[in-house]
Each structure stands twice: as C-alpha cells, then as structure tokens.
Design a protein around this ligand. Sequence first.
Ligand SMILES: Cc1ncc(C[n+]2csc(CCOP(=O)(O)OP(=O)(O)O)c2C)c(N)n1
Length: 323
Amino acid sequence: MSALDLRQDQKLEIYRYMKLARAIEERLEILYKQGRPVGAIYLGWGQEAIEVTASYALEEGDVLAVTHRDMAAHLPRGLTARMVFAQHYAKATSPTRGKGEDNYFGDLKRGVFATVSMLPDFYPVIAGAGLAFKMRREPRVGMAYCGDGATNRAEFHEGVNFAAVERCPCVFIIVNNQYAYSTPNEKESLLANLADRASAYGIPGYTVDGNDVLAIWPIIKEAVERARSGEGPTLIEGKTMRMRGHAGHDPMKYVSREKLDEWEARDPIKRFEEHLFNQGIISEKGKNEVDEGIKAKIEDAVKFAEESPYPKGEEAVDDVYAA
Ligand SMILES: Cc1ncc(C[n+]2csc(CCOP(=O)(O)OP(=O)(O)O)c2C)c(N)n1
C-alpha cells in the first residue's frame, strides 16, 4: 500500500467530514429560512468530495485558503461545527468574534487563512505563502481553492504563473461546480477542462471527477508531495455540481430538473458510502453511529450559537484594520 492509497481509517475520517459538512448545511438552510443566521449562506452541497479530500491531504504546518462556498474544506483542519454556527450567527464566540458572518472566517492556529470576498485573491496570497516557505527552507505547502468562474479573473493568472515561475510549494484547486452564480461553464470559458490552463504555465494540470473521493485522493496527494519536495505547483480541477443556489436567496431556476437529477445520482456521499459498505469498512450499525454522533454535534453547535452573546459595542473596532 502506498501513500496514494487511502487507509481504512482515513476513508472513515473523510466520510465523517463529508457527512458533517452536509448535516451542517442542511441545518443552516433551515435556520436561514427561519431568519436565524444574520447574513447570507453559500452552500457547497454536493461538492463535499473535492472540498474535503483536497484539504485532508495537507499536513500540520501547511496552510489553506478557501472561499465563500468551501466550509467543508475547513473541517479536516480542525474547525468545528460550533465555530461554523457561531460565525453564521455573528456571535462573540465565533472565529471573527462577531465581526463577520457566513463563511468569511479562518483560524491561523489551524493554518487556515480568513476568507476574503474578492475572487480569487487567495491564489496570489497562497503563491506568496509558498514563496515564504521556500525562502525559509520550510517543508510546508500552501493550498488555495477557487471556483470555475473565478479562474477567469486576472488574479488567477498572476497567482498560478508566479507560483510556477518561482516553483512555489503550492497546490491550486478549482472547484468546478458548473456555474458562477447563474453563468454556466460554457459562457465562462471555451475550454472543456479548466485544468488545461496548466500547460500555459508550464505546470502539471489534472481534471478529476470531483464527486469521487477515490479518484481525487491520489492526484491531490501526489501534488502535495510534489510541492513539498520542491518540484513546484500543480493545478487540479474537480468537476462537481452546486446542488443549491448561489446563496440562500437563489432558487436556481436557471438549472433544469433533469440536470439536478443527473448530478443527484452522482452524489459524492452516497457514492463513497456505497464503497465503504462494499469493502466492509462500514456496517449499517456503524453508519447509524456516525449519523447519531453528527446529529448530537449539530444540536450542540446550534445551541452554542443561539446561546452565545453578541460582541460588546466597545469591542467594535478591536482587531479591525482600515487603510
Ligand atoms: C472580484 C469579484 N467579483 C465579483 C464577486 C461577487 N461574486 C461572489 S461569488 C461570485 C460567483 C463566483 O463563481 P465561482 O468562482 O464559479 O464560484 P462558486 O460561487 O460557483 O462557488 C461572484 C460573481 C466577487 N466576490 N469578487
């Protein structure tokens, strides 16, 4: 067995993170409709395989920078359901201590940069983090995520090109969920595979089924190791589908029922669960235990968020920087 094969315990961990992400979003969607969170919700429902498997390949000391829809990617880094709900409620106990809402948060102690709104500004930032690691001769890796739409912005080009030229230890993930808000892939780019752009930067690029943990893992793992051993960055596109609107207010009328049904049949959690059952890695009893554990975690996290205080007025400008 090589590092490119997932061990059973790793498979179970990825499975738990994916299910936790889905359960968090299921509850967030309900709470949003009840007007409980203070801001928007950007769900990554349906994207859990690429979201979780990519960041799971990082190690302690590595850094991760993700965007508005990538809550699931935070979980393998140790961010908790309590943090996610407290953040959406803008409570004093949240990672931004009530100064932000939705997925605009991070935790430097866990190597996760706090998300910024502008897309894909984390590509150049991660290139910079990679350059710092290289200059300090630290065996650390930086990973950035962005969506398919974001790849058409200048920062994407600047970030990937700089990292390529400087051989920065970076892994760039494109979560291709078919749409940028209501704009479909074919109106964003003429390329069938966005990872083909890698050849323009002289680096390896891979397009992978973003709903298949087993297909994603070896490609990401190899890219992380490649970066760590000084061979430079890799661009990886995971093809997936956003199964909810751009944000909570969007009924997604621009996507046909047939298309959603097609992707529903490829649901990443159901597919991975089937694999775990077929391999005897999980039983019905084991699955129920996972579900019960997650249910308890969600109840605890929502209660924690609901009961936490809002920040005090006099803390309004603490840790706030303005130019
Ligand atoms: C530079 C910039 N322009 C516009 C926006 C507003 N905006 C936020 S998300 C989004 C769509 C992004 O699409 P994509 O990159 O495919 O990611 P997805 O939302 O599908 O996950 C837009 C236009 C932004 N955040 N930054």
